[in-house]
Design a protein around this ligand. Structure first.
Ligand code: HEC
Ligand code: HEC
Ligand code: HEC
Ligand code: HEC
Ligand code: HEC
Length: 256
């Protein structure tokens, strides 16, 4: 929905980029502009992993809660990646001989964590990331009821994990300018808190419950235009959460 962007932000970003190239921080930004194409175009492509971990299998079919493995997602800035201990809670008992799980068993036996941002043979390849100079915080978004799928795509259907959305600045700003278009509660369960809404939607998907068009779009990780009623509800949520729309565009919240 490119018409939602106000061109002024683009101009601002570009102007500041020009202004900043003379100072060290400018060099940092400029570097990112160069690497952006490689970092942000791998959308939809599963990257190589030490173990072919399936969210479809574990999250959807087995119904394991995201928070069981991504333990800090609603409490802190990062979501976290599980250690091999978490996998071995089950895999010391089931699928114990699977050759696919050898790296997990090795990591468990040696006490070396399965690291996810190294290039060694035991390490998860990082999929979702923003450049160093961008500050992001999971808990604040999840506690406002923003679904993981809005930002990460249809994770619960992925046999191998891929990047669902490119994290361009415009993409973040698209929501920061008009959060009322994105904030949502299940009309049948308005009493649930924001983070409960996020998980409730997964339970509903897992249970094969009837999804509204909006929920269906979230389930599929596709874009959605809210109805006037939904937009009015979104505005109420902005007020309820005391969200200051004007400050959500401040450069300093994302670029400390
Ligand atoms: C049984 C553990 C487990 C559960 C449950 C789980 N995940 Fe994961 N998740 C992982 C592991 C392991 C990785 C790293 C390997 C990969 O990318 O597939 C990962 C990676 C991810 C990534 C990509 C992270 C990155 O940048 O590399 C996202 C996003 C994600 N999970 C979201 C979710 C969501 C949303 C749910 C709930 C619907 C969920 N996960 C449930 C174990 C789990
Ligand atoms: C709550 C239990 C549970 C946890 C925790 C768990 N798994 Fe699993 N996993 C299963 C079950 C059950 C299966 C097999 C289901 C089937 O094939 O029907 C499985 C299957 C697998 C397979 C396929 C094995 C094969 O040979 O086909 C892989 C790979 C795997 N898990 C990786 C992981 C990793 C990596 C982690 C940790 C991030 C993890 N699992 C955590 C329950 C779990
Ligand atoms: C508003 C968008 C947004 C939402 C909502 C969101 N994420 Fe993320 N996620 C991101 C961004 C951006 C990154 C990259 C952060 C970085 O590089 O520092 C990320 C990174 C991750 C990672 C990689 C590890 C890490 O901690 O950086 C995992 C795993 C993950 N998210 C899981 C989840 C789960 C599970 C949920 C829902 C409970 C969720 N995310 C909700 C945007 C989001
Ligand atoms: C779907 C909507 C949505 C998307 C997409 C989104 N945000 Fe946000 N973000 C929000 C809302 C709503 C808040 C305000 C929460 C509040 O003030 O209660 C927020 C707040 C923040 C904050 C302030 C946190 C704090 O500590 O005050 C930062 C930083 C931030 N977002 C960064 C990002 C970045 C970086 C991206 C893109 C990678 C992004 N956001 C994408 C909705 C979104
Ligand atoms: C909601 C979070 C957010 C806000 C607010 C924000 N940015 Fe960004 N910015 C980002 C993200 C995310 C990237 C990285 C984009 C990428 O990797 O392609 C970025 C990248 C940049 C870059 C590098 C060049 C580029 O386009 O990739 C510059 C310069 C920049 N921002 C300047 C600004 C200025 C100036 C403001 C205030 C007008 C601002 N940003 C406000 C999230 C934000």
């Amino acid at each position: 929905m490119p018409q939602l962007f106000r061109p002024v932000a683009n101009t601002l970003a570009r102007a500041s980029l020009v202004a900043l190239v003379t100072v060290p921080i400018g060099a940092m930004f400029a570097g990112s502009a160069l690497s952006r194409s490689s970092a942000n175009t791998k959308v939809g492509i599963a990257l190589e992993q030490p173990v072919p971990f399936s969210h479809q299998h574990h999250a959807m079919e087995l119904g394991i809660d995201c928070r069981f493995c991504h333990t800090s997602v609603e409490k802190g800035p990062t979501a976290g990646i599980p250690s091999s201990d978490t996998c071995m809670m089950c895999h010391s008992q089931i699928w114990t001989d699977s050759p696919l799980l050898e790296p997990v068993r090795q990591s468990y036996a040696t006490g070396r964590p399965i690291r996810w941002d190294t290039t060694g043979d035991v390490g998860w390849t990082k999929i979702a990331k923003v450049p160093e100079f961008v500050y992001f915080n999971h808990s604040i978004h999840v506690n406002r009821g923003i679904s993981c799928n809005y930002c990460h795509g249809p994770i619960q259907t992925m046999p191998l994990t891929y990047k669902g959305k490119p994290f361009f600045m415009q993409w973040c700003l698209n929501c920061h300018r008009n959060p009322e278009k994105f904030l949502y509660t299940d009309p049948q369960f308005p009493q649930l808190s924001g983070r409960e809404q996020v998980l409730h939607l997964y339970y509903k998907i897992q249970a094969g419950g009837l999804l509204s068009p909006r929920e269906q779009a979230l389930s599929n990780g596709t874009d959605y235009t809210p109805t006037p009623t939904e937009l009015a509800e979104g505005r109420k949520l902005v007020a309820k959460y005391h969200i200051h729309k004007s400050s959500l565009e401040d450069c300093s919240i994302c670029h400390h």
